[in-house]
Design a protein around this ligand. Structure first.
Ligand SMILES: *[C@@H]1O[C@H](CO)[C@@H](O)[C@H](O)[C@H]1NC(C)=O
Ligand SMILES: *[C@@H]1O[C@H](CO)[C@@H](O)[C@H](O)[C@H]1NC(C)=O
Ligand SMILES: *[C@@H]1O[C@H](CO)[C@@H](O)[C@H](O)[C@H]1NC(C)=O
Ligand SMILES: *[C@@H]1O[C@H](CO)[C@@H](O)[C@H](O)[C@H]1NC(C)=O
Ligand SMILES: *[C@@H]1O[C@H](CO)[C@@H](O)[C@H](O)[C@H]1NC(C)=O
Ligand SMILES: *[C@@H]1O[C@H](CO)[C@@H](O)[C@H](O)[C@H]1NC(C)=O
Ligand SMILES: *[C@@H]1O[C@H](CO)[C@@H](O)[C@H](O)[C@H]1NC(C)=O
Ligand SMILES: *[C@@H]1O[C@H](CO)[C@@H](O)[C@H](O)[C@H]1NC(C)=O
Ligand SMILES: *[C@@H]1O[C@H](CO)[C@@H](O)[C@H](O)[C@H]1NC(C)=O
Ligand SMILES: *[C@@H]1O[C@H](CO)[C@@H](O)[C@H](O)[C@H]1NC(C)=O
Ligand SMILES: *[C@@H]1O[C@H](CO)[C@@H](O)[C@H](O)[C@H]1NC(C)=O
Ligand SMILES: *[C@@H]1O[C@H](CO)[C@@H](O)[C@H](O)[C@H]1NC(C)=O
Length: 671
């Protein structure tokens, strides 16, 4: 059984129960959909646990809406009814306030942060100032003067909050009617007016987010192992997913290891991102700008690489889990070193990586200069100039391979919202004239799309030259702004759109949503929607349509007798579009070189859970994540927390639909 489905089912059951019994049996109902309410969960590495959790039976506290930083004193010292459940408007969700609350955690039951509907003006990043500082190329043994961002602090705005550990639950609430009800409940019952002490009944909130794993990855993996035979109850899972790759020439993917005549130029980008809260990872500049550019460049190169193939093969790679100590790239390098990938490190000629590329004006100028001179600097890495955090660092850790990393910043990131919930479409200025339908927005070419198209063209030309292609072909290599436009829309606004629909298998339809794609990597047993989407789009953009029956296509063969093609190609049956005179889609088969490869840290294969070399990140399991507000009549009621308070005037239960939001929205009831 899929180990993950456990928590899935539990949540689903709870959810249905609340809709079916809790909600429908009451007289006066106010239904509120809590669509974007999410917790912070616990993650663990070799030495630490980070994130949040509640007690097994949830944390209860009297609501307190924090009005200013000075007001923290009420929570930590003067307020008469601790513990408090603190409601924070997002400008107050700062390191300073959170560390004070953390220090006073005996009086703090939990925190609920109201997410704003528009991005803040000031930059905010809950990430560290020096991303992946322990697992890049610079270490105590190798160029220590560049280690730990000694020369360049890449993310100066980083507060490090995402890497702190809290003993109480922290949830994010979308600013909508629900939060209005919560504020009203506070105003009516809890607010100290003119210095008076608020009297019972008081408005209280309970948050559940109990986490099974504690201490660190070694501890939780040991618990997974020991008890597996007795009770197969896992407590944590390695983070991970699958990398997506494709090559401009078919490579026998069954024959692993060195290929005598193959010389490959790796063109890389990363897929994943994160933020403080679980599965809130819009990653617009940090991830999407780079991988959409690479997808568009791969498409721009399709004709030239087929009609005038350069002598080196271009290998497009999209890495998963890079945010958590380079999971995907470290795994690919490890597989290459162990003859477990289609080519090995000796085959790698050079690496070209696309990082954050959205703030592009200067970047284009310098790239164009480089492309005109046709010698995109592929020198030995200059050791006096530190490389930004990048997958390329994992190749350099293995051996000195030449390469370039393309970014929109020279020293510190230009991204003001790195690994935060604000690194979204709004931040990239992707906006539309009013009154456009979704399908009109899908095809509306924004300035951002135009700029990224230019980057993609320059990248594609540079790759072609890099692979040994002829200069005479360059004019014909052009990225398509229409395609960049649709991809940005699909990943940042709504994956459920006609352009994506035509490029996916029929059974993937239910995974498209009316929201931005989530770029949190998740746990390694599952392939995320993102991985699949990139796989299908890359196949469509680099492959060819094959006149093959659905049955043969799904069995990875050209015809009944064919046993060889599957080594060289992969086949996907996609649903296509419906012709104008019909409503029935006309599916077809796409033949491509697109493959998935494991993005699970080698530390878990090696069972080296304290590895200093490889990512050791795991995610704790949990049974349920939910919350509610109600009135408590006296202090006594809180001691033995009432699941059914005796004098319950108002109750709101909210369940979170997680796991890529497959579960229908739950409803919230006020009695
Ligand atoms: C939540 O989702 C429901 C159904 O998908 C929708 O009708 C409602 O408007 C959404 N609410 C908010 C606040 O976005
Ligand atoms: C933590 O709280 C203690 C009292 O509980 C206080 O003395 C100390 O200064 C606090 N530390 C910080 C960093 O706020
Ligand atoms: C940091 O870099 C400076 C020079 O750039 C060097 O003098 C110093 O020793 C470095 N610090 C460490 C800890 O390596
Ligand atoms: C684990 O994570 C913590 C918090 O970010 C960090 O301080 C520590 O160095 C990490 N441990 C390893 C071995 O990387
Ligand atoms: C929020 O409240 C307003 C006014 O009470 C109402 O018109 C609106 O439909 C509510 N929205 C949702 C999503 O419930
Ligand atoms: C609080 O005090 C102000 C002025 O002192 C007064 O106008 C107001 O009515 C008082 N509010 C309550 C609820 O007593
Ligand atoms: C795991 O098994 C050990 C003994 O094998 C037992 O003492 C422990 O309570 C078990 N833990 C869990 C969580 O089941
Ligand atoms: C690919 O490699 C496998 C394993 O070495 C081999 O059996 C197969 O014949 C090869 N196919 C082609 C087309 O080279
Ligand atoms: C590729 O070539 C075909 C025909 O040779 C042409 O129709 C198509 O526009 C070209 N595509 C690109 C991206 O250049
Ligand atoms: C690539 O092809 C060109 C001719 O198109 C040839 O001159 C060159 O030697 C080849 N390079 C390699 C590495 O095979
Ligand atoms: C990509 O998808 C579109 C829409 O279904 C289709 O027209 C096109 O032929 C596909 N390309 C390939 C190579 O399959
Ligand atoms: C739809 O139109 C195409 C050409 O315009 C025709 O070949 C096809 O038979 C028509 N299909 C139906 C179901 O009418």
């Amino acid at each position: 059984m899929d180990l993950l489905s456990n928590k899935w089912i539990v949540n689903l059951l709870v959810c249905c129960l609340f809709i079916g019994v809790g909600c429908n049996s009451v007289e006066k109902k106010i239904y509120v959909h809590l669509n974007y309410t999410v917790p912070c969960v616990r993650l663990l590495n070799a030495t630490h646990q980070i994130g949040c959790q509640s007690h097994l039976s949830g944390n209860v506290g009297v609501l307190h809406v924090l009005e200013s930083e000075e007001n923290v004193d009420w929570v930590l010292r003067s307020g008469p009814n601790p513990p408090y459940l603190v409601i924070l408007e997002s400008p107050l969700f700062t390191r300073s306030i959170m560390m004070k609350l953390k220090n006073g955690s005996s009086r703090v039951a939990g925190v609920a942060v109201v997410a704003p509907s528009a991005n803040p003006l000031e930059g905010v990043s809950p990430h560290t100032t020096c991303p992946n500082e322990n697992t890049g190329v610079y270490t105590e043994n190798y160029d220590p003067s560049l280690a730990h961002c000694n020369v360049t602090v890449w993310n100066p705005l980083g507060s490090g909050l995402s890497y702190e550990q809290f003993d109480f639950p922290i949830f994010s609430l979308k600013d909508d009617n629900d939060t209005q009800v919560i504020r009203q409940c506070y105003m009516d019952h809890n607010r100290a007016v003119n210095g008076s002490t608020p009297q019972y009944p008081l408005c209280a909130m309970q948050l559940y987010s109990h986490m099974s794993a504690v201490t660190d990855t070694a501890t939780c993996m040991r618990r997974n192992d020991i008890n597996f035979s007795i009770s197969p109850e896992m407590v944590c899972d390695p983070l991970g997913d699958y990398n997506v790759w494709a090559s401009t020439r078919p490579i026998n993917n069954t024959a692993k290891g060195h290929k005598m005549w193959e010389s490959v130029v790796i063109a890389a980008a990363r897929l994943d991102s994160r933020s403080f809260f679980f599965e809130v990872a819009p990653g617009a500049e940090s991830g999407v700008s780079g991988f959409v550019t690479l997808l568009a460049a791969a498409h721009a190169l399709r004709n030239a690489t087929q009609e005038a193939p350069p002598n080196r093969t271009i290998l497009y790679t999209f890495f998963q889990g890079e945010t958590f100590d380079y999971i995907g790239s470290s795994r690919m390098v490890y597989d290459m070193q162990n003859n477990n990938f289609a080519v090995d490190l000796d085959n790698v000629h050079s690496v070209l990586e696309i990082g954050q590329v959205c703030i592009v004006r200067k970047l284009i100028e310098s790239l164009q200069t480089a492309a005109k001179g046709l010698n995109v600097s592929v020198n030995e890495p200059g050791f006096s100039q530190p490389l930004p955090p990048s997958s390329f660092q994992r190749f350099l850790r293995a051996r000195p391979i030449p390469g370039v990393v393309i970014e929109d910043h020279q020293s510190a990131f230009t991204n003001r919202f790195y690994e935060s919930m604000y690194d979204n479409a709004e931040y990239l200025n992707i906006s539309y004239p009013p009154n456009l339908t979704p399908e009109e927005q899908l095809v509306f070419v924004t300035d951002t799309a135009k700029a990224l198209t230019e980057v993609a063209t320059v990248v594609a030309r540079a790759l072609y030259i890099q692979a040994g292609g002829a200069e005479s072909q360059l004019e014909g290599i052009n990225a398509d702004p229409q395609i960049v436009t649709r991809m940005l829309y699909g990943f940042l606004i709504r994956s459920n759109n006609s352009w994506f629909q035509q490029r996916i298998p029929p059974d993937f339809m239910s995974h498209l949503t009316d929201r931005p794609t989530n770029f949190y990597v998740g746990v390694a047993q599952q392939r995320s929607e993102l991985t699949h989407l990139v796989q299908y789009l890359l196949a469509n953009l680099t492959g060819s349509t094959a006149n093959i029956s659905q049955d043969n296509c799904q069995n990875q063969r050209e015809d009944e007798k064919d046993k060889e093609s599957k080594h060289m190609y992969s086949y996907v049956w996609v649903q296509g579009a419906a012709p104008p005179n019909s409503t029935k889609r006309e599916g077809f088969c796409v033949r491509s070189t697109v493959r998935l490869s494991k993005a699970l840290s080698p530390a878990f294969d090696l069972r080296d859970y304290t590895s200093k070399n490889y990512s050791t990140w795991t995610e704790s399991r949990w049974k349920s994540i939910k919350g509610r507000i109600f009135l408590v009549a006296s202090h006594d009621l809180e001691v033995n927390f009432p699941f059914t308070p005796q004098r319950q005037h108002m109750e709101c239960r909210f369940n979170l639909h997680l796991w890529n939001r497959k579960i229908p929205n739950c409803v919230c009831v006020y009695i």
